[in-house]
Write a protein that binds this ligand. Structure first.
Ligand code: C5P
Ligand code: C5P
Ligand code: ZN
Length: 489
């Protein structure tokens, strides 16, 4: 073991101790997550007008949909807005609007002790400052749980919704779409922590079904060759990345690619055909020396929405989440929200139109990022997309880039992109093994953004920030300083 790894391990032992102490304090004070959910539910019951503020990603939209549907069922007056991040502009607007209650979903953990003028409840899962444990803040981090994989923003919102009425259990499938949209199943190839309670609710309510299956994206709608061409985590050596190699791979296995003039998808295959492909992929990985742990990642839990039609973009939680990401990230949150609330007519049609644009932007964005040279430093690597990639999808592109074969997984990856307000959006992503050794990107980006009069936050494995233009170099220096400190503390 090298010195670098040793520091990470010491740091994570220290962190585990801190979490145990925090957990014990909360247990002694007798606060449980369930009780906190009940406290928030009581505040909702007493309010007649509620304004929901949520985030623009799939987790944010599903969280917003759960909150709105819950309030609709209660007969409350409610409104909703979807934002990129909780900045001064939003706060000032809220201060002026003077709502009876503001419900922050999938964001807000950083302001739990601020702005007492805004009467609020918060259902979030982002890391929060040490003093954030207020009676109206529901967040897994306050209870010694990790919000990067144990509960999403939609999950936290759902647990409060369930506390308001057990009849809301049907909304659990939206909470699962939110968790999957945030890649909460990535660490263990299945959902864990409080997410499993939500899965159980969904199965019991007859809205969700789980199955052990191939983990690749697009099992319902992607033609088979495309499914393998775009396969990442794990990449299939010699197959992923090109259409001709995926076609050849499938032909060698004697899999028909078309049926009655229609491209076959994974869900069209017979059991034996699926088995044949899975074992060939695993075999390929093992024969190229990838080891059992990597090969095992080919399989995992899939989460299916029972009331949706098989072979559509809404049946599998992964594809549903991508459909939602195609809406609010392009300023069209109403489209995603209405789909979540059950529209299968004009809003779904619009969402599907937006989806093709989103797919195109991701392919182009990844291509653009690959052409920009990644700059390596001691504790991180970065690329600057300038105006080449939208600020609202730079996080997804950074994630995809870190998953590609030729990018170093030993360093966190930072992506910069210009925003339409003349600022710079930062997205940071790291591999799980760095987090296991003590890396915390949210902590590093929060400090660095604050020093440069910006705002930042997120999770240990994935964090973001907005900083003034021209401050990128200073920002990188502070982030490196913080990462170094995380390794030695
Ligand atoms: O804003 P929010 O918390 O909803 O977003 C979580 C982000 O963390 C997502 O962009 C997701 O891609 C990222 N993430 C990740 N790997 C994980 C868990 C989350 O990249 N294992
Ligand atoms: O925007 P991006 O996907 O890179 O964000 C990664 C994570 O950091 C998300 O969970 C997001 O909500 C969070 N974030 C934050 N504060 C910011 C920007 C991003 O908490 N200013
Ligand atoms: Zn989230």
């Amino acid at each position: 073991m090298n010195k670098y790894q040793g520091c990470f391990i010491e740091n994570s032992v220290y962190k585990t101790k801190r979490l145990i102490i925090l957990f014990c304090i909360l247990r002694v004070r007798g606060i449980s997550l369930l009780q906190r959910a009940n406290d928030l539910a009581a505040i909702v019951r007493k309010s007649s007008e509620i304004h929901i503020v949520t985030h623009i990603d799939a987790d944010g939209i599903t969280a917003g949909a759960i909150a709105s549907e819950t309030l609709r069922r209660l007969g409350k007056e409610y409104s909703l807005e979807c934002i990129k991040q909780l900045d001064e502009v939003t706060i000032n607007k809220l201060l002026n609007e003077n709502h009876e209650l503001v419900w922050f979903t999938d964001l807000g953990s950083g302001i739990s002790t601020q702005y007492p003028e805004i009467k609020k409840i918060i259902t979030d899962h982002h890391e929060c400052p040490p003093n954030s444990d207020t009676s109206f803040h529901f967040n897994p981090h306050l209870f010694g749980r990790d919000g990067s994989y144990e509960l999403s923003g939609a999950g936290a919102t759902y647990l409060v919704s369930k506390a308001l009425s057990p009849k809301n259990k049907d909304l659990s499938c939206l909470a699962i779409v939110g968790a999957i949209g945030d890649l909460q199943d990535r660490r263990f190839c299945e959902l864990r922590g409080m997410n499993t309670e939500i899965v159980k609710d969904g199965v019991e309510a007859g809205v969700l079904q789980t199955s052990k299956d191939l983990r690749y994206f697009g099992k319902e709608t992607r033609p088979l060759a495309k499914l393998l061409q775009y396969a990442t985590d794990p990449l299939i050596p010699g197959v992923s990345g090109r259409e001709d190699t995926s076609v050849a791979f499938l032909q060698e296995l004697q899999i028909e690619l078309k049926e009655r003039d229609k491209w076959r998808t994974w869900v069209d295959l017979r059991k034996e055909e699926k088995r044949k492909i899975i074992s060939a992929v695993i075999q390929m990985l093992l024969s190229k020396g990838f080891g059992y742990q990597v090969a095992a990642r080919v399989l995992g839990e899939s989460y299916l929405l029972c009331h949706e039609e098989e072979g559509t973009e809404l049946h599998d939680a992964k594809e549903y989440a991508t459909l939602l990401n195609s809406t609010a990230r392009y300023g069209q949150y109403e489209v995603g929200l209405q789909v979540c609330l059950g529209d299968r007519g004009k809003w779904l049609k619009e969402a599907l139109n937006l989806l093709s644009g989103h797919r195109h932007n991701l392919v182009e964005g990844l291509q653009f990022a690959r052409e920009e040279k990644i700059q390596k430093r001691t504790y991180l690597q970065y690329f600057h997309a300038g105006d080449g990639i939208r600020d609202t999808i730079i996080g997804i592109v950074t994630n995809m880039l870190l998953n590609t074969e030729d990018v170093d997984k030993e360093l966190p990856l930072i992506g910069f992109a210009h925003t339409e307000n003349g600022e710079v959006k930062v997205s940071a992503r790291a591999a799980q093994h760095l987090v296991d050794r003590g890396l915390d990107l949210a902590a590093a980006l929060t400090v660095a953004a604050k020093e440069l009069h910006g705002i930042g936050g997120g999770h240990n494995i994935a964090a973001g920030a907005t900083i003034p233009k021209g401050k990128e170099e200073e920002f990188l220096q502070v982030v490196e300083r913080e990462i170094k400190l995380q390794l030695v503390s």
